[in-house]
Design a protein around this ligand. Structure first.
Ligand code: HEC
Length: 140
């Protein structure tokens, strides 16, 4: 009933099917991707406006006022619309300024009244200064 040619054809098809099965072997597990190089630069310090407002109300309010519009004879307005100094400085420069303060005899002093380093509160951290600068940036 099967001639030789038919048998060979059937065998051939079977072999093809078997070969096909062989290709269903699971893929060799992929080698893990090399770890990404870690960033060398330290992340920039990010400030928090709400934390900065708390710092402001604790330390700066006495001279700069509850609305940060300044108190006559004590401190100036910290609103950007009133201060080219604040508008023209980067956040880092403002942090450095508050860290150092401004003595009455500083050539940059504009009122003859001094601003104490860290607003006179040595406990203030650099992070808190970044926070307070972010808060100052919310004042227009
Ligand atoms: C004891 C009073 C006093 C305290 C407290 C104080 N400041 Fe001042 N601050 C001043 C005075 C006075 C000046 C203006 C100095 C001048 O005449 O140039 C000033 C100026 C500044 C300026 C520059 C404004 C400008 O337009 O030149 C910034 C910014 C500032 N203060 C931020 C702060 C922050 C933030 C705090 C709280 C951490 C603070 N100050 C606490 C008295 C104070």
């Amino acid at each position: 009933m099967f001639n030789r040619k038919t048998l060979l054809t059937v065998l051939f098809i079977l072999l093809l099917a078997l070969a096909g099965c062989g290709r269903n072997d699971p893929e060799p597990t992929a080698t893990p991707a090399p770890a990404k190089p870690t960033e060398a630069a330290a992340p920039a310090v990010v400030g928090d406006a709400a934390a900065g407002e708390a710092v402001y109300m604790g330390t700066c309010v006495a001279c700069h006022g509850p609305d940060a519009k300044g108190v006559a004879g004590l401190g100036k307005s910290l609103h950007a619309s009133d201060s080219d100094f604040i508008k023209g400085k980067t956040d880092d420069e403002l942090v450095a300024f508050i860290m150092a303060g401004r003595t009455p005899d500083d050539p940059l002093n504009t009122t003859g009244v001094g601003m104490p380093a860290k607003g006179g509160n040595p406990a203030i951290t650099e992070q808190q200064l970044h926070d307070v600068v972010v808060y100052i940036r919310t004042l227009e």
